[in-house]
Design a protein around this ligand. Structure first.
Ligand SMILES: Cc1cc2nc3c(=O)[nH]c(=O)nc-3n(C[C@H](O)[C@H](O)[C@H](O)COP(=O)(O)O)c2cc1C
Length: 313
């Protein structure tokens, strides 16, 4: 695909192939790995603005950044109360970040039921107030949203315009409706409508699992860049393949991820998390089902290291 820098309110990304926020996955070590593999921008997973305002330790841990991370620092916040969002955006915890992304796409009932995430698609006024409130922090602000709640209620172009008018410096459009969760075709025409409606950069998201998928999404939407989610979770080296970054030895890469995850978050987290990741990374390889079973019996770093050393990636 055509690689280019993206100008997010004066912040220049090295390229236009981004890593999506992924709850439970885009921790600091994974983000740094993807950045080193060629991702032009990475985001934390969604972080509750209220949780930050109430000083929740679990919430604050999601904001950890590895000291060696070399990229632009972007945090994703969720919430629908403008005051909480402003306070979170201006907080000490968020101060290390260059860019605040606002989640207006999460379909999960608990989030939606609170009026957060994709619920904001049906409340333009509130969404606009949330964006303006985050802008008060002086940081760059982007919005990630879906094309609507359902096929009968598409809002893409109008919502994109509202984001721009409220001060957003970039938008990412996930080309599915809320009721589809993560399944089904991505509606490229709707993403194209967002692109036609605004002057700020538009990033297309949904269904990229190969370099050819990235090419197709760029071509069919006319977007400025793409954002990889599950494709990156299963195969982070996709960034290298799409951006032309040299693809490192996968085993060495995974071993490094295991060690860095251990250093950053301790053994218990590293073992549980990396079992899951190693299972993703070996999906479709010969013998992967048997390997997966064995992987889940590994309960120490030592056993997991042995398993990764002997597995085929
Ligand atoms: C496990 C998982 C966690 C996710 N967490 C977030 C999140 O924290 N914030 C967000 O905006 N989207 C989140 N998403 C949505 C993705 O960022 C992305 O929009 C969606 O998966 C579509 O892209 P894909 O088809 O390439 O996977 C999540 C998706 C998955 C599968």
């Amino acid at each position: 695909m055509l690689l280019k820098k993206i100008d997010i309110g004066g912040l220049l990304t090295p390229n236009n192939v981004f890593l999506a926020p992924l709850a439970g996955y885009t921790n600091a070590v994974f983000r740094e790995m993807c950045y080193n593999l060629g991702a032009g921008l990475t985001f934390t997973e969604m972080v509750s603005a209220k949780g930050l305002c109430y000083n929740s330790k679990n919430t604050r841990e999601l904001l950890y950044i590895t000291p060696s991370y070399g990229g632009i620092k972007a945090v994703q916040l969720f919430g629908s109360d403008a005051d909480y969002m402003r306070r979170a955006a201006e907080s000490q915890d968020v101060s290390p970040f260059d860019l605040i992304d606002i989640n207006m796409g999460c379909p999960v009932p608990k989030i939606f039921g609170n009026g957060d995430g994709s619920a904001l698609l049906q409340d333009f006024k509130r969404a606009a107030a949330v964006i303006a409130a985050c802008k008060k922090s002086g940081k760059r602000v982007s919005v990630k949203f879906r094309i609507g709640l359902s096929a009968e209620k598409l809002v893409t172009a109008d919502f994109a315009k509202m984001c721009e008018d409220s001060g957003a410096d970039m938008i990412t459009v996930h080309g599915r409706t809320r009721d589809k969760i993560y399944a089904g075709e991505v509606n490229c025409e709707e993403i194209a409508r967002a692109k036609a409606a605004v002057k700020i950069p538009v990033i297309a998201n949904g269904g990229i699992f190969s370099p050819a998928d990235a090419d197709a999404l760029m071509e069919r939407t006319g977007a400025d860049g793409v954002m990889l989610a599950r494709g990156a979770m299963y195969s982070p080296w996709l960034f290298a393949e799409i951006t032309g970054t040299p693809v490192p030895d996968r085993r060495a890469l995974i071993m490094r991820q295991l060690k860095d995850t251990y250093s950053a978050f301790g053994e218990r987290f590293a073992v549980v998390f990396m079992r899951k990741m190693a299972a993703f990374y070996t999906k479709g390889m010969p013998g992967s089902a048997a390997l997966r079973e064995k992987l889940f019996t590994c309960d120490t770093m030592e056993k997991l290291e042995e398993m990764i050393a002997s597995a085929q990636f």
